[in-house]
Structures are given as structure tokens and as C-alpha cells.
Design a binder for this molecule. Sequence first.
Ligand code: S3P
Ligand code: PEP
Length: 429
Amino acid sequence: MDVIVRPTSELKGEIGALSSKNYTTRYLLVAALAEGTSTVHYPAHSEDSDAMRRCIQDLGAVLEEDDEKIVITGFGRNPKDVKELNVGNAGAVLRFLMAVTALCPEVTFVNSYPDSLGKRPHDDLIEALGGMRVEIEHRDGKLPITIRGGNPKGGKIKVSGAVSSQYLSALLFLTPLLVEDSEIEVLGDLKSKVVVGQTLEVLEQAGIIIHASDDYMNFRIPGGQTYQAKTYTVQGDYPGSAAILAAAAVTKSDVKIFRLAEKSKQGERAVVDVLQMMDVPLTHTDGTVHVQGNGRLRPVEFDGDAATDAVLAMVAAAVFADGTSRFYNVENLRYKECDRITDYLNELRKAGANVEERQAEIIVHGRPSGLEGGVEINAHYDHRVIMALTVVGLRCKKPLVIKDAHHVAKSYPQFFDHISALGAAVEWV
Ligand SMILES: O=C(O)C1=C[C@@H](OP(=O)(O)O)[C@@H](O)[C@H](O)C1
Ligand SMILES: C=C(OP(=O)(O)O)C(=O)O
């Protein structure tokens, strides 16, 4: 399904933030790894969180849910001997479960999104697991992937963090369950380092002990641990809310988003600071971000690795700034649902934006007078491209048609409902 985004000058109203995708996937997983019954309040409902829900059920967790919570009885360190798992298009879910299914005799992860997740690399995790007595069959580091485990070993483990932090997080979920102690050394750079903080926070809440160096490059994990059954509450999601905040920043607006904790470990919380640096009038108190935009923005320079899933939304805002913005240290955006540098900038250019790419940088020459628009946008299966181009469409002179906009449901199925409730002229066709 496609969406038409028509020029919209004003946004007004209040919404509750969607629930965090990254915390939901983590809480569901630690609940499944626990022996006993855990409760997750306010879980996200999106394709990615549903993928984790489906897979842990396939692996033997028992779930009961109502509108507000999921009650999960875990399988502990004994997942069911399942033959096949389908994670949809969810990268983090795939990587976390590639590690956890090392406890199973043989599981194949199918390739249901050949043009998106099917193109993403998993070599660094495959290599690390390979050194842990796990045999892996794969197509050049990509899906479909078969994991033959059963009795993985700990000890000294090395993993590269240069492409994704998800490989390290995956090993942090698995290693506490191993018989022996483990030491994980991260090789090269560690990208999206802040997300590892979310993994450690959740592991600690689940009663797991991990000794981490301050720079997250070395870890000591005692073996033989048990995940405890607990009650968790999922916080609001900054990466999805970043798109709504960017939309409020590029229009004349009076928009409030509730449930965005000031003290969150989500790196994308930085979107609030970045918009402030861009002179967008806003306040952030008691978990509410209140934007009173006037459509005028100053350019900004920002290390995007600190807020990886909000970069596209911030770039969309910078498209209308009165000068040149630069988002650097963002190479790993190339290894997401699409190449979020080349593919995304091509779509922005179609709409009329003046943008340049480097291997690890996005440069935006702002056009405060707005863009021409009047074109069709290829979503590249990417929810964040869809949301960012919606922001841009609000300030195009002619409508943008976003093809296959239903892929927004990967993280934020209610996105178009929320933005239209604020007054954006968007329509499904
Ligand atoms: O661990 C996680 O849940 C995630 C880690 C990040 O990926 P990378 O570490 O690959 O950048 C982020 O972009 C993704 O949306 C979710
Ligand atoms: C990249 C993302 O997710 P994943 O890596 O889990 O597919 C995202 O949500 O933007």
C-alpha cells in the first residue's frame, strides 16, 4: 500500500509515544530465557516485536496476553527442538536468536525478506559462534542460516563490533547460560555502543551478572547463571518518536509527546538535544517533549552513531535548515533495512533535496524555502525511510507518493494514524 503525503503547514495535538521496540525485544527474550513466569507491561506491537514473540513461542515459551501486558513462561536454557524460525525483517531478533539457538541441535532461519534482511551481513557473529563449538551453514554470511549447536562452549570469545552492536548483544544474552565462564573481547570499533547499554540494563534486571569494562570492549561473564522471572515495564520509543518530533520541527506546530523518559538509555534521546541545537523551540519535562515549531531551523553537526535509529529523521529536519548540516560516523547505516546513506539520499534527491554522501557521512545543504516534491518515493522496505520522507513531504510544494509505505509497521504501525491525528495531510491509497 502507498501513502500520499500532501503539503501541511501546521501540526497540533498530543500523542503517547509508542512502546520501545528495542526494550520489547529484549524483555521478551530474557523472559523466555527465564525459568518461571515473567510479565512484560506495555510491550510494543510491531512486526519486529511480533517476530520475537512468535519465535520464542516456537522455541517453547508459553505466552498469554491482553491489551496491556504479556505473561511469559520461559524455557530457560532448554529451548524446544524446533527446525525452522522466521524472524521476518527483524535484524536484532535474528542476531539475538542466532546466538540463543546455539542451545538447539539444528535450527534454520529462513530468508523471508530477500531484498532487505536477506542482504544484511552476519559474518562477524557467525565467526564468533564458530569458535564456540557451533556449526553454521550460510550463504556468504547471509540468510538462510542453519545453526547446529546443542553444547556451545564459553571461554575466550572475540567478536567484531565494526558493523553492528547486535552481534555483541547476542553473545551477552547467550553466555550467562553456558557451563563455563566467558570473556568477550570486542575487536575493532564498536558501533551503536549505546545500545549495548540497553542490553546490559535488561540483563541486570533479569538477575544476570556481567562485568563490563567502561568502554564496553571487554566483558567477563560467569557461566551457569539462571535468568530470573521478573516484571518489566517497557518505556516509550525514541527512534519512532524522532520522526514525529522532526515533523513538528519543520512545521508551525504545537505538539506534545508523552512517555519519553528524560533519563532513558536510548541513544536516540539525543534527537531532543539535536533539535534544540537547531533552534527548534521545545521543552522536555516529566517525560513530555513539547515542540512549538516555527519551521525555522539552524544547521547542525552531529555524531550520528550516538543515535543511530534517529539519524534519518534528523536529516529530514536538516533538509529545511538555513545552511549545511553534517551527520558523521554513520557508516553502519549502510547495513540496515536498506543502504540508509545511498538509498535514502537518492529518495531525498528525487524530492528535491540537496544532499551529498561520503562513506560514513551525510551532508545536507538545507533549503528553507521547501522542496518541489511531486514524485514517487521507493521505500526500500525501510520503515525509517518511510517516516523520514513523510517529514520531508510535509514541506514539499507538490505531494509525495511513498510506495509500499505499509513497511512502516516494522517498528511503528500507528505512525500514519498518529501524524494524521496531529493534522498531517496523509492518505493511504
Ligand atoms: O540491539 C538492537 O536492538 C538494535 C541495535 C542497532 O543496530 P546496530 O547495532 O546494527 O547499529 C539499532 O539500529 C537497531 O534498530 C536495534
Ligand atoms: C535497523 C533497525 O532494526 P533491526 O536492525 O533490528 O532490523 C531499525 O529499527 O531501524
